[in-house]
Design a protein around this ligand. Sequence first.
Ligand SMILES: Nc1ncnc2c1ncn2[C@@H]1O[C@H](COP(=O)(O)OP(=O)(O)O)[C@@H](O)[C@H]1O
Ligand SMILES: [Mg+2]
Length: 150
Amino acid sequence: MLSAAVPSREVFTNSSDETILRGREIGERLKPPALVLLYGDLGAGKTTLTKGIVGGIGAAREDEVTSPTFTLVHTYDRGVRVYHVDLYRISDLHDLETLGLEDVFSEQAIVIVEWPDRLKLRTEWPIVRIHLEHVAEDTRRITVDDSTNL
Ligand SMILES: Nc1ncnc2c1ncn2[C@@H]1O[C@H](COP(=O)(O)OP(=O)(O)O)[C@@H](O)[C@H]1O
Ligand SMILES: [Mg+2]
């Protein structure tokens, strides 16, 4: 989980590279199991932040992390297993069945979810909520709410 050493819970980034850097800091502090919920509109930077998080965890290179919008789930597996889920296109239960999401909480993993409000996710795992807001063309506000407060 995020440690108390994380200096600031709210940061502004002025480029996608800065957002990736912020993601890397978060990923370096995450320990499985953890559920990371990414809130924010289209283009807010959720997938960009995920590149950094996955890179920081060490499960894949940042350029290997792409949006799972159409496949719904991407899995990265170097050392730590990371599921990157995008629920934007979830429209019916059939989609849910093909997702196999019930399995992801049965192992030590890190699960990162874009559009988490689309689904009721039930888990005992520690949850980190991150809100991304589009402030200006290249500026994003990234707010981390670590409920476990480690
Ligand atoms: N500060 C920033 N942080 C993140 N993305 C940014 C930033 N400034 C501009 N962008 C651009 O905004 C878009 C964010 O897209 P993406 O990460 O896919 O968003 P989401 O997954 O939330 O829909 C990208 O085209 C990226 O280049
Ligand atoms: Mg996305």
